[in-house]
Ligand binder design. Structure first.
Ligand code: GAR
Length: 216
């Protein structure tokens, strides 16, 4: 079976994009990153993609309507013939129309154990709430921000004296392991959504590591 073509949408440095590219370059991997789009021309991830020989593009959201922005996004994505979209630090909320038209075809990664702490300043809010365990979540995108059926999660313990930055660093390492694994599950056709839940068929993809990675 051919590899599933994927577009990745970014807004910034692109470390999760980089993890997805590395995974997709390894064989066998069931998905192929075919297009990287950013809403910001200065996003560091664009250079990472270009270096890997992947088509890139900038679709600026500024100075026009959300619908016009998304129409161009949709055109670029359609022209690339991809069947899945990964949001990787893409900091724009997509409209219900865009999301509904691609139901269970858009994945997002968020640096918390959703449904806790959606939105911005995630790590500061987790520390403020005094949680002992944080982590990251890969989920299908629904129209609400950082919401939708959960595909995979990694737990990351909070350390005494953690700052938002130190916790973010630790969670980010888990993100880089989790996203390629979650995308692989979807690309293999092993994830189906029933009600609000994403169910995974077959054997768990990795020993518990998928859900609770050990530190590097
Ligand atoms: C990541 O931590 C990702 O989980 C987060 O932005 C960062 C992007 O970093 N996404 C969100 O907060 C989405 N709500 P990266 O550009 O290095 O991948």
């Amino acid at each position: 079976m051919g590899r599933v073509p994927v577009a990745v949408l970014i807004s910034g440095r692109g470390s999760n994009l980089s993890a997805l590219i590395r995974a997709a370059q390894a064989r066998p991997y069931p998905a192929e990153i075919r297009l990287v789009l950013s809403n910001r021309a200065e996003a560091g991830g664009l250079a990472i993609a270009a270096e890997a020989g992947i088509e890139t593009g900038v679709v600026d959201h500024r100075g026009r309507s959300r619908e016009a922005f998304e129409a161009e996004l949709g055109d670029r994505i359609g022209a690339a013939g991809v069947s899945l979209i990964c949001l990787a630090g893409f900091m724009r909320l997509l409209t219900p129309g865009f999301v509904e038209a691609r139901r269970n075809q858009i994945l997002n990664i968020h640096p918390s154990l959703l449904p806790a702490f959606p939105g911005l300043d995630t790590h500061a809010r987790a520390l403020e709430a005094g949680v002992r365990i944080s982590g990251c979540t890969v989920h299908f995108v629904s129209p609400e921000m950082d919401e939708g059926p959960i595909i995979a999660q990694s737990a990351v313990p909070v350390a005494i004296g953690d700052s938002p930055a130190s916790l973010a660093d630790r969670v980010l390492k888990a993100e880089h392991r989790l996203y390629p694994m979650a995308l692989a599950l979807v690309a293999q056709g092993r994830v189906r959504v029933v009600g609000k839940r994403a169910l995974i068929s077959g054997e768990p993809p990795l020993p518990d590591g998928l859900f609770v990675p050990t530190p590097d």
